[in-house]
Design a protein around this ligand. Structure first.
Ligand code: G6P
Length: 642
């Protein structure tokens, strides 16, 4: 949610910031802006004074702490726009900026509506300090009042604007000290980047709660809210932890904690292929990501199956395997699509293990009086690894002593850092705001974890082998569904003008119904309710008529006969039915107006196949309605506010 990109080096900064913002735009896209110090600006320029030398090996080339004379005469150049990065790019044409360091931001509004004034960077009264910020400052109202009483003039409705004014208040020639003092006053979560027009070539970054990554180039340094944005520039990254500060300039960088003590942090080398972002000829990222599922599903199980033992092996869980064997209860916490993956995870773990399993919405988890101890494992599922609610739930579970596990796609992010052990999806970046390939990957990985635990319990070698066999067939079965995409598109077009949909399923496909409905509403803005089919008679059936179609997920499993009864109840009320099924028998066909066939697999794996046509169905309807599929209104890819 909101994206930050910063650069400090010897190249022209504006094109780098724009390129970075484009790659971050999926995080938030209602306004954008950047702040730089233009070399052409009138002014005496800063005067450096040495200080802060250290002997850390990380600081080889550095280290001069820059102090400056109070006023060089320079001011920041801040360029902002409401709307997309494309508009910002147009706006900077003709400005002829000559600058080699700067900070930039793309916003998802929290405090203050989307507008140019509320866009970041936000500045102070002098025009010298500029700040970009992800997260929320919870005590901004009291800080704003205090600063206004001291004469500071505010222009925006944002919580962020208190930060530059606070820094201005504390600034007496040492930007680092001023930032440290200001941060001490802030409550909430933040990833911030700060520049000062008089402190040339210095960017100060601070992280608490919202992710910030430092990119290390050759005599040039970057910071960004995720590694996707840095991928075109460098593969050498440092993941900041909470309450850490990085100071970047052209001769190097150093990292400190907020007690002003220097830290040594490891540089991680990222696999460039994992971070390659392009549409590969598809019209939208979402469509590309749907079509990537044979590969992403394969990546979820590649190297993780031991076929001759009928078991899975997950290197990331090895360090905690003994604890895991003694766990009695598993609580899966997550949000959005990852929550629906967890909802299905409950059925998977209940089926394959002897664990007592519960699925919890991360945003509700911390309000509950749950008994969490060393016999409980909490499994956080998150594509981004930075969803604020999920992170908060994990922190709560940590306090109470539970074993913390994660399934995360984005390497090195907050949730991956805080958990005791975990499994990466290795699915590559997911850019479309509506999650697709990560959902199916999350289902595969949960099955692998359940199989691993289950094989220490009651699951036999034969059962384990059957599951492995079925998992390895999934990629080609998904290919089969994708090969049918034209037919699915034709069906979708028939349904594209309805205003409401009901999605129903039972057992393993109750979560499929929820996720299918979520896909449709996220990207097409059509009202769609996902419901467990058995609950339909307790309410939603009152909505059914000839203008309110139902998508019924009705595969061949223990619940099929009951599903058919529910579908008959819909037919009796003139409701149209589109069925997703692997059953060719008349009992499904005769009561369906349209049918999308999927190949058959084990019932616990069937949802991995059933969701694929529903993703395509939503996509084609949204496309037909001319919706902005990769950047649906009001949504953001990674939600770093609670
Ligand atoms: C946002 C995204 C969803 C995602 C959810 C949870 O709402 O738009 O696609 O499922 O966050 O995100 P996570 O990164 O934790 O899986």
């Amino acid at each position: 949610m909101c994206g930050i990109i910063c650069y400090c080096g010897h190249k022209q900064v504006v094109p780098i910031l724009i390129e970075g913002l484009k790659r971050l735009e999926y995080r938030g896209y209602d306004s954008a802006g950047f702040a730089v110090v233009d070399n052409k600006e009138a002014g005496a320029g800063p005067q450096s004074m040495n200080g802060g030398e250290t002997n850390s090996p990380q600081l080889k080339n550095l280290r001069k702490k820059t102090r400056i004379s109070p006023d060089s005469g320079k001011k920041n150049k801040i360029v902002k726009t409401q709307g997309r990065v494309g508009r910002l790019e147009k706006k900077k044409i003709g400005l002829e900026i000559d600058a080699t360091f700067g900070i930039a931001h793309t916003r998802w509004a929290t405090h203050g509506k989307p507008s140019e004034i509320n866009a970041h960077p936000q500045g102070d009264c002098s025009g010298k300090i500029a700040v970009v910020h992800n997260g929320i400052i919870e005590n901004y109202q009291e800080l704003k009042k205090e600063l206004q009483e001291k004469g500071h003039k505010f222009k925006s409705d944002t919580d962020t604007e208190v930060i530059p004014h606070l820094i201005e208040e504390y600034f007496d020639g040492d930007l680092e000290v001023a930032v440290l003092k200001a941060v001490e006053r802030l409550h909430g979560t933040f990833g911030i980047a700060v520049i000062h027009a008089d402190v040339e070539h210095q960017i100060i970054i601070v992280k608490r709660g919202s992710p910030i990554i430092i990119g290390v180039g050759k005599d040039e340094y970057y910071a960004a809210s995720d590694s996707n944005a840095l991928a075109p520039f460098t593969n050498r990254m440092i993941y900041l932890s909470d309450d850490e500060m990085a100071v970047l300039n052209t001769s190097g960088y150093y990292i400190k904690n907020l007690r002003n003590e220097l830290l040594e942090k490891q540089i991680e080398i990222l696999d460039a292929d994992e971070y390659r972002v392009d549409k590969k000829g598809f019209e939208h990222y979402m469509l590309k990501e749907i079509f990537e599922q044979p590969e992403s599903v394969k990546n979820a199980f590649r190297g993780r199956l031991i076929e001759n033992e009928g078991v899975s092996k997950l290197g990331g869980l090895e360090p905690v395997i003994d604890r895991l064997k003694n766990i009695k209860k598993l609580i899966i916490v997550s949000c959005g699509t990852s929550y629906y993956a967890g909802l299905l995870g409950r059925y998977i773990f209940e089926n394959l293990t002897e664990l007592d399993v519960e699925t919890a919405l991360a945003s509700e988890f911390r309000y509950r009086r749950l008994k969490l101890d060393e016999n409980v494992a909490v499994l956080a599922i998150s594509q981004s690894g930075e969803t604020a609610d999920t992170l908060a739930a994990v922190k709560e579970a940590k306090r109470k002593g539970a074993l913390l596990l994660g399934i995360v796609n984005s390497v090195g992010t907050g949730i991956a850092q805080i958990t005791d052990a975990g499994v990466y999806n290795h699915a590559g970046p997911e850019i479309g705001v509506a999650s697709t390939k990560i959902y199916t990957s999350q289902l595969v990985i949960q099955t692998l974890i359940a199989l691993m635990i289950g094989r220490y319990q009651h699951i036999s070698f034969i059962e384990g082998s059957e599951i492995i066999n079925a998992i390895t067939k999934l990629p080609e079965q998904i290919e089969e569904i994708l090969a049918n995409s034209k037919e699915i598109e034709e069906i979708a077009l028939k349904y594209s003008r309805y205003r409401d949909f009901l999605y129903i399923g039972r057992l393993y496909n109750y979560p499929t119904a929820m996720e299918g409905a979520l896909k449709l509403k996220e990207i097409s803005y059509i009202h769609a309710e996902g419901y467990p089919a058995g609950e339909m008679k307790h309410g939603p059936i009152s909505l059914i008529d000839e203008d309110f179609p139902t998508v019924a997920i009705a595969p061949d499993d223990l619940a099929l006969d009951k599903m058919i009864s529910n579908m008959q109840e819909i037919k009796a009320r003139n409701g149209k039915i589109l069925s997703i099924t692997n059953v060719t028998a008349h009992k499904v066909l005769d009561i369906s107006d349209d049918v999308i066939y999927v190949p058959g697999t084990l019932p616990i794996l069937q949802p991995i196949l059933n969701i694929v046509p529903l993703q395509l169905f939503a996509y084609y309807i949204a496309n037909e309605r001319g919706c902005d599929i990769d950047k649906p209104r009001n949504l953001a890819k990674s939600v770093t506010v609670e």
